[in-house]
Ligand binder design. Structure first.
Ligand SMILES: *[C@@H]1O[C@H](CO)[C@@H](O)[C@H](O)[C@H]1NC(C)=O
Ligand SMILES: *[C@@H]1O[C@H](CO)[C@@H](O)[C@H](O)[C@H]1NC(C)=O
Ligand SMILES: *[C@@H]1O[C@H](CO)[C@@H](O)[C@H](O)[C@H]1NC(C)=O
Ligand SMILES: *[C@@H]1O[C@H](CO)[C@@H](O)[C@H](O)[C@H]1NC(C)=O
Ligand SMILES: *[C@@H]1O[C@H](CO)[C@@H](O)[C@H](O)[C@H]1NC(C)=O
Ligand SMILES: *[C@@H]1O[C@H](CO)[C@@H](O)[C@H](O)[C@H]1NC(C)=O
Ligand SMILES: *[C@@H]1O[C@H](CO)[C@@H](O)[C@H](O)[C@H]1NC(C)=O
Ligand SMILES: *[C@@H]1O[C@H](CO)[C@@H](O)[C@H](O)[C@H]1NC(C)=O
Ligand SMILES: *[C@@H]1O[C@H](CO)[C@@H](O)[C@H](O)[C@H]1NC(C)=O
Length: 487
């Protein structure tokens, strides 16, 4: 039994405004496909033995760094005050698999700043199109699809930012063995990202041993703890400290199949998107234990229908109706252009942009798209039902672990993270309080647990920095410094 009426109805809602290709829509598709597939709930090995148990692929990278230097991006507003690089790192020479990265060094004193990897989710969505160009990178694409503007709140103000298109099949990343695309899941994604990193450090040896952090959002709730645990296991085996992992921060994380769906329904109800009667029917007909009976599916579909066609990733945001008719400018806190991802897609498909980025050097068949059409959530090979054991392992290894939530997202809502925290049941070191950003507004709320920090970002949707750039940068700076955001 594959997708049936229930799922189709939901898909239709997402399709109405043409948003199916984006990261959050992708996650909806994924979580719904999970209702029909029973994964092995006891996939414990995934959390424990994450060392790369094959021969790690290493290739000489001497001199390749300079070849990857991007002198200027087409449409860039003046000279950049930082160095940027882009290109491929081969992760399997036999199959011809290579991952694409974009690297923006810090604007000041890059040699003293930490190295931060950013990973978007999906599964199958691009950290270049979403992370770099929509959220935290140095440039955003204007509505003419050709020119760029400066992001004042770019995260390379405080760190060296590395964006990875992962796994192969996403964005410009590819494999010459196309059957690889059908054999992709959490395990292969983590193993390839690890191989990418070890080779990338050969290309940029000055970053070996540098304080290293992994950040991202959404299905990054799977990618990030898995990659972090892979690094820990391998550091343990090789006793090498090339990858000096200090911390992870995950925004609106997809961590647990069951709590996420229950939390979404509770979020709808507490945000006046569905009726009391429907919420009650959901509570009475769904057990949220991994099994979705027919009655439960019916009431879930009713809840989706009641909610109407809104942007579930920011329930208060407008929709994009016509990308040729821009309404608002992107990049400031209050006026986010809902059509921005169309400009990005158009920009990244320009041949001169691809040349400047050293991308698509082998003439890929498919166009660049925000979320891959060849890496499909329906054919995703493996994923544990819950990432909480992985999170626990990071905490017990002393990795600084932050979970943050934009509070207007209904897809991986703040309630979902709160329910996951209930399950983790960590002692509280620093009780709930408001935190403030530079403009003296409450940026959100924060709780310090033993080994974990949870923070909300007030008025932010699924892509937190897109909607609250200033608050997101304040939070990120605190995370890097290892202290709670300002009182
Ligand atoms: C590389 O690809 C080949 C061919 O697909 C495969 O047999 C091999 O296991 C892969 N190596 C690694 C390290 O994944
Ligand atoms: C993939 O194939 C193309 C064309 O043969 C080749 O130029 C490229 O180097 C291959 N990619 C990898 C990662 O081996
Ligand atoms: C991958 O899977 C799709 C859908 O099941 C199928 O159409 C396609 O032929 C497969 N591709 C390869 C290279 O195996
Ligand atoms: C590191 O290795 C030791 C000894 O094999 C083991 O007890 C420990 O659990 C390992 N730690 C991690 C984080 O893998
Ligand atoms: C989930 O709950 C339903 C209804 O209470 C029950 O029939 C089913 O066996 C449960 N499934 C699991 C995996 O616990
Ligand atoms: C849901 O549960 C209530 C109370 O148990 C019941 O009256 C209602 O018919 C159920 N809804 C569906 C669609 O089965
Ligand atoms: C920008 O790209 C979008 C999506 O392809 C398109 O709808 C729009 O018309 C383009 N705008 C301009 C000014 O070319
Ligand atoms: C979108 O906007 C453009 C430019 O204003 C206009 O020419 C076009 O007809 C609009 N398309 C739709 C479907 O409304
Ligand atoms: C790569 O370039 C080819 C033209 O050589 C183009 O048709 C294709 O859309 C491009 N693909 C990507 C992912 O950029």
């Amino acid at each position: 039994m594959r997708r049936e009426v229930f799922a189709l109805q939901l898909f239709f809602l997402a399709l109405v405004h043409g948003a199916l290709a984006d990261q959050a829509a992708r996650l909806l598709e994924f979580s719904r496909s999970r209702m029909e597939i029973q994964y092995d709930q006891e996939d414990k090995a995934v959390h424990v033995s994450r060392h790369v148990d094959h021969q790690l692929y290493m290739s000489p990278q001497d001199g390749l760094k300079e070849a990857d230097k991007v002198s200027e991006l087409p449409g860039q507003p003046g000279r950049a005050d930082f160095d940027q690089y882009a290109g491929y790192v081969t992760v399997n020479a036999t199959s011809g698999k290579a991952l694409f990265y974009y690297f923006a060094e810090a604007t000041q004193d890059p040699s003293t700043k930490p190295l931060v990897l950013w990973l978007n989710g999906g599964p199958g969505c691009s950290s270049l199109g979403d992370g770099a160009m929509l959220e935290i990178g140095p440039f955003f694409v204007n509505s003419d699809n050709k020119t760029l503007s400066i992001n004042r709140y770019a995260w390379n103000n405080v760190a060296n930012m590395l964006f990875l298109e992962s796994p192969a099949g996403v964005g410009f990343s590819y494999s010459n063995t196309t059957s690889d695309y059908n054999n992709t899941g959490d395990r292969s994604t983590a193993a390839d990202a690890y191989t990418f990193l070890t080779n990338w450090f050969e290309k940029f040896p000055e970053y070996k041993g540098r304080s290293f952090f992994i950040t991202g959002e959404s299905y990054g709730g799977h990618y990030i703890p898995q990659l972090a645990n892979t690094i820990l296991s391998n550091n343990n085996i090789t006793s090498a400290s090339i990858i000096n992992l200090k911390g992870v921060a995950i925004g609106n994380a997809y961590l647990d199949d069951s709590t996420n769906m229950r939390a979404t329904m509770d979020y709808y109800w507490t945000h006046a998107l569905i009726s009391k009667e429907t919420h009650l029917a959901v509570q009475q007909n769904c057990s949220f234990n991994g099994t979705y009976m027919a009655q439960c599916r019916t009431v879930l579909a009713a809840a989706e229908a009641e909610k109407g066609v809104i942007d579930p990733y920011n329930i208060y945001a407008p929709l994009c109706w016509n990308a040729s008719n821009p309404q608002r400018l992107h990049g400031s806190a209050t006026d986010v252009d809902p059509c921005a991802r169309f400009y990005i897609e158009s920009y990244l498909n320009r041949p001169e942009v691809q040349r400047a980025l050293h991308a698509n050097t082998t003439g890929l068949k498919q166009r660049w798209s925000d979320c891959s059409e060849i890496i499909n959530p329906d054919s995703w090979k493996d994923a544990p039902a819950s990432m909480l054991p992985s999170i626990q392992r990071l905490i017990s290894s002393g990795v600084s672990t932050w979970l943050y939530s934009g509070d207007t997202d209904a897809v991986c809502p703040v309630t979902s993270t709160l329910y996951s925290l209930d399950i983790l049941d960590l002692p509280i070191n620093s009780p709930w309080r408001a935190w403030y950003s530079d403009d003296n507004e409450v940026g959100g709320y924060v709780v310090g647990y033993k080994g974990l920090v949870f923070a909300t970002v007030r008025g932010a949707g699924h892509m937190v920095p897109t909607y609250q750039p200033q608050r997101a940068l304040t939070l990120f700076s605190s995370f890097l410094q290892g202290k709670l955001p300002p009182e």
